[in-house]
Design a protein around this ligand. Structure first.
Ligand SMILES: *[C@@H]1O[C@H](CO)[C@@H](O)[C@H](O)[C@H]1NC(C)=O
Ligand SMILES: *[C@@H]1O[C@H](CO)[C@@H](O)[C@H](O)[C@H]1NC(C)=O
Ligand SMILES: *[C@@H]1O[C@H](CO)[C@@H](O)[C@H](O)[C@H]1NC(C)=O
Ligand SMILES: *[C@@H]1O[C@H](CO)[C@@H](O)[C@H](O)[C@H]1NC(C)=O
Length: 562
């Protein structure tokens, strides 16, 4: 588990599919605190081994070659390295972690205004790659371009993730594939006829699936504990993108310069409420986003949307066909003997795969092709994609972080299979019948009662810090996982220290669609011009099934592996 070059190449992080968490936080810290006496080193090759940590002290910064981290050409103005920090701020003897970073240097050396720290969330997304290899992943704009030339931009990988060491390594890829295959971790949770079934029937169907789920989570936790031991204790106790932003703002308000959070998850739920309770609040716009997908598809017609069977087909016909397909799969899982792996498509897997697509409007034409194919009898491409993403997208770093942040077993009653089913049925019947139990975080964030560690010194609020410059909060009108209501909640906690920017469009995070207006507002914010609170930005191209969308290079593979 070293920082040697070969190790890094083997463990290139997967392009994670935790889109619902791929929230964004951009932070300008008033100053970067590197304690006195810290040293800066320069290595020209390789990646220093933080687990040895010999000769380094907390606060030391080691610059090294970016070429070890990517097989793509390294941009000229980017450098890479690690900063050593204590594994445990409350225990000096616990050793050091090496936090990996990539820095894009300010073009404007004379008027440099500071440094923006970038974390793409996930949990598990690599901030290093976001700076080092900024592909056109979500929207059009490279984030560093949006921030502008007057700042250094530092992307970093939080503890346990990507190039930071130690890394979460519980099962290798082959073991993971075997362990997950044909279990609820891969197949998702199946509910029959969720639009019309009785609550008792739904609950009866879910309880056995949750029994299996908890047993698998217990195995996972035990394996991680055996193989990682105390290292699991040292994950950053504050997480992901906007959560990270909210934590920092509220823990160190005097050190924060400018902060943008986009696609907001609510930090109170994250820190004080068990994860099975989150969907009831976070899925409030999921059905409306799905409806938008269907309406755009119907309007595009069969030439651009493969789910439409004929021009001017009513959108609700398309919806009813999809519902009927899921209900049929629930009764008759589809055998798929040939192809990448023999298996069978379950309703749970098909439904959760659809949900992932709803989060990313740029992929809607491709998603319509996957599902259009399945509905007309060829489910193989959908199945092959779905099982690859179910394994590739699953990572234990996420479990390590969310469980390290979770309430302690002593403080709360963790849910039984019956409780989990009850809560799922509540979300299905009150919030989202189609996706209430079919979102990925039903899985990686659960089962924390078995997780052996909690972060030392967890922060759990309050969330009402006073800031010198208001934080910019960005929410979409149709975000299926981090609804506008979440952004407004964070804003209401600090009405005089934050501003709302609403992007009128679908998708998870504003970056999922192109909007020159949003781009400009964020660019100006970093240049010192605050947008008016409540500014509404339109998206540039509201037609999500445009010709360009079909041909654009959003290969499905990109979702699984960079
Ligand atoms: C729901 O149930 C009612 C009554 O049992 C039935 O008339 C209706 O067709 C069902 N709808 C769907 C979508 O299954
Ligand atoms: C922030 O919230 C806490 C807890 O609700 C409260 O005690 C405190 O007075 C609030 N601070 C400000 C500045 O409003
Ligand atoms: C926000 O500012 C207004 C006007 O100055 C003030 O009345 C109000 O108490 C402030 N609210 C908070 C939560 O600080
Ligand atoms: C800021 O804008 C949001 C969204 O329009 C609104 O709900 C909120 O009340 C506004 N806040 C203030 C302090 O005016």
């Amino acid at each position: 588990m070293g920082f040697v070059t070969s190790d890094l190449q083997e463990t290139q992080p997967k392009r994670l599919l935790k889109f619902f968490w791929l929230v964004l936080a951009l932070l300008v810290l008033g100053f970067v605190h590197v304690h006195q006496g810290s040293k800066w080193y320069v290595f020209t090759t390789g990646w220093p081994d933080s687990t040895l940590g010999r000769g380094y002290s907390a606060g030391d910064v080691v610059f090294t070659s970016c070429a070890a981290l990517t097989d793509k050409p390294v941009p000229r103005d980017v450098d890479c390295g690690v900063i050593f920090v204590p594994k445990n701020y409350f225990d000096k003897h616990a050793g050091l972690s090496g936090i990996a970073f990539a820095r894009r240097k300010s073009e404007n050396k004379i008027q440099k205004k500071g440094t923006v720290f970038l974390n793409p969330g996930g949990p598990g997304g690599s901030g290093v790659l976001e700076v080092l290899a900024p592909e056109k992943m979500w929207g059009q704009h490279r984030i560093p371009t949006m921030i502008g030339p007057n700042y250094d931009v530092i992307g970093f990988d939080i503890r346990g993730v990507a190039f930071t060491r130690p890394k979460t390594e519980c099962l290798n890829e082959d073991e993971k594939a075997l362990f997950h295959a044909n279990t609820v971790l891969e197949q998702g949770f199946t509910v029959s006829n969720p639009l019309n079934a009785s609550k008792d029937a739904l609950k009866a169907e879910l309880v056995p699936q949750y029994r299996q789920f908890l047993a698998l989570k217990q195995v996972q936790s035990q394996i991680c504990a055996e193989r990682m031991g105390d290292e699991l204790n040292h994950f950053f106790g504050a997480s992901y993108g906007t959560i990270l932003g909210s934590y920092l703002v509220n823990m160190f308000p005097e050190r924060i310069g400018r902060v943008v959070i986009d696609g907001v998850a609510t930090p109170d739920l994250w820190s004080t409420t068990l994860n099975h309770k989150w969907p009831h609040k976070w899925l409030v716009d999921a059905e409306a986003t799905f409806e938008r997908f269907l309406r755009d598809c119907a309007a595009a017609g069969p030439s651009r949307c493969a789910l439409a069977q004929f021009p001017n087909q009513p959108w609700d016909h398309i919806r009813d066909r999809i519902d009927a397909y899921f209900d049929d799969l629930a009764l008759h899982p589809l055998p798929l003997p040939s192809g990448s792996r023999p298996g069978y498509l379950t309703s749970g897997l098909a439904r959760s795969t659809l949900y992932i697509g709803i989060e990313i409007p740029k992929l809607w034409p491709k998603w319509a092709s996957l599902f259009g194919g399945a509905l007309s009898g060829d489910a193989r491409p959908l199945y092959d994609f779905a099982i690859r993403q179910a394994i590739g997208g699953y990572d234990y770093a996420r479990t390590a972080v969310s469980c390290a942040d979770a309430p302690e077993s002593n403080d709360v009653d963790f849910p039984t299979p019956e409780d989990l089913a009850e809560e799922a049925v509540r979300t299905i019947s009150e919030v989202s019948p189609r996706f209430g139990v079919s979102i990925e975080f039903s899985e990686p964030d659960g089962g924390c009662q078995f997780w052996p560690y909690r972060s030392p010194g967890r922060f759990s609020g309050p969330w009402n810090a006073t800031l010198a410059t208001p934080m910019l909060i960005v929410s979409n009108t149709l975000d299926p996982i981090t609804p506008k209501a979440n952004g407004l909640w964070v804003h209401e906690q600090m009405p005089n220290s934050s501003l709302m920017l609403i992007q009128d469009g679908p998708g998870h995070t504003a970056m999922s669609m192109d909007s020159a207006c949003t781009f400009e507002a964020i660019h100006n914010y970093f240049a010192g011009i605050l947008p008016r609170n409540g500014t509404v930005c339109l998206v540039d191209e509201p037609d999500t099934f445009s010709e360009e969308g079909l041909s654009d290079g959003y290969a499905l593979d990109r979702l699984i592996k960079r």
